[in-house]
Design a protein around this ligand. Structure first.
Ligand code: SER
Length: 316
């Protein structure tokens, strides 16, 4: 067990945080990882927990000093669909939160920062298939604009202030331990719940909307992997492209039907369709593979098999 780090996860009760905290605690011990969210959640029963509003720089500083935090994972954010409904709040939370954490590293109060970016940094003018690391971006959502600006600031803090910040552009994330909230890719989690509970699902994206996705164990492996990588290997300090596999709702429904015979899907695209249409269909992650050895394990079939097996135990 590694004991030299004291880790703070901000936004720890969300889709990524729930699983990340569990995995980090296996490595750094229960007390080596402080979970924190904007309100007390069930997670507080599992280990150290603080209530943190990441917009409150002073409150954040006090907690970081009290626990002698060395690394911060900043996961608190408004995702794509929610930020479109509350653009100003999306921008303020996503940017101010990042500055508050980056400044702790600039002042050398903490040593390392993890901050998630997203496929949402890309836009309608980006090449859609096998989207390269370096390409036209021009995001068209508030969330994407905040992530792109955040990437620029991360790189700036690295270059100007020697801040050890690391970041990944997550695709849509799928897991059974936690629920997503406010994203455009959330359908790929909801569909499993509805398939097992009701045998049918109404999808808010159209049947042939292909998006890049990843199973949560791979996302957690990548996140901890880049944070533990030798600093010299992390050559990109804005954010790395990250890839798992790509599929449409139609593809996923067909795979689920192998486990849930008779499962039916219908389509009622809403405002999230426009967001999805502005994003890539697949991602080229060769820089991550070359620089710090990224390799995904799961594909559509093995993800679906594992999701169904685990969710059955939880739901049925
Ligand atoms: N999964 C996110 C969303 O849909 C993208 O980062 O908003």
């Amino acid at each position: 067990m590694r004991t030299s780090e004291k880790i703070l996860v901000i936004g720890s009760s969300g889709q990524i945080g729930t699983e990340l905290v569990q995995n980090l605690r296996e490595i750094y011990g229960i007390d080596g990882v402080i979970a924190s969210d904007v309100k007390v959640t069930e997670q507080a029963k599992e280990g150290p927990f603080e209530v943190i509003d990441v917009m409150n720089a002073q409150g954040l500083l006090e907690i970081v000093k009290r626990h002698k935090i060395t690394q911060v994972y900043l996961l608190a954010a408004l995702l794509s669909a929610t930020a479109e409904k509350m653009p100003k709040l999306g921008w303020d939370l996503n940017m101010q939160g990042l500055f508050n954490v980056l400044d702790l590293a600039k002042e050398k109060i903490i040593k390392q920062v993890y901050w998630p970016s997203s496929i949402a940094v890309f836009g309608p003018n980006t090449p859609k298939v096998n989207t390269p690391q370096f390409t036209v971006m021009e995001p068209s959502t508030v969330y994407g604009i905040s992530k792109q600006a955040g990437e620029r600031w991360c790189e700036y803090y690295f270059n100007k202030y020697n801040v050890d910040v690391r970041s990944l552009r997550y695709p849509g994330l799928i897991g059974w331990k936690s629920a997503p909230g406010g994203g455009t890719t959330d359908y790929a989690v909801h569909i499993f719940h509805e398939a097992l509970k009701n045998g049918k699902y109404e999808c808010f994206l159209s049947e042939n909307t292909i998006l890049p996705m990843m199973y949560m164990p791979d996302a957690i492996k990548a996140t901890i992997g880049i944070m533990q990588a030798d600093p010299g290997t992390v050559k990109i300090r804005s954010s790395y492209n990250l890839a798992g596999f790509s599929f449409s709702p139609n593809d996923l429904a067909a795979e689920i039907r192998k486990h849930v015979p008779g499962f039916t899907i219908s389509y009622a695209p809403d405002s999230r369709q426009q967001i999805a249409d502005s994003w890539p269909q697949s991602i080229d992650a060769k820089e991550a593979a070359k620089d710090w050895g990224w390799q995904p394990e799961y594909d559509l079939k093995s993800m679906t098999d594992d999701m169904i097996k685990n969710l059955k135990n939880v739901l049925l």
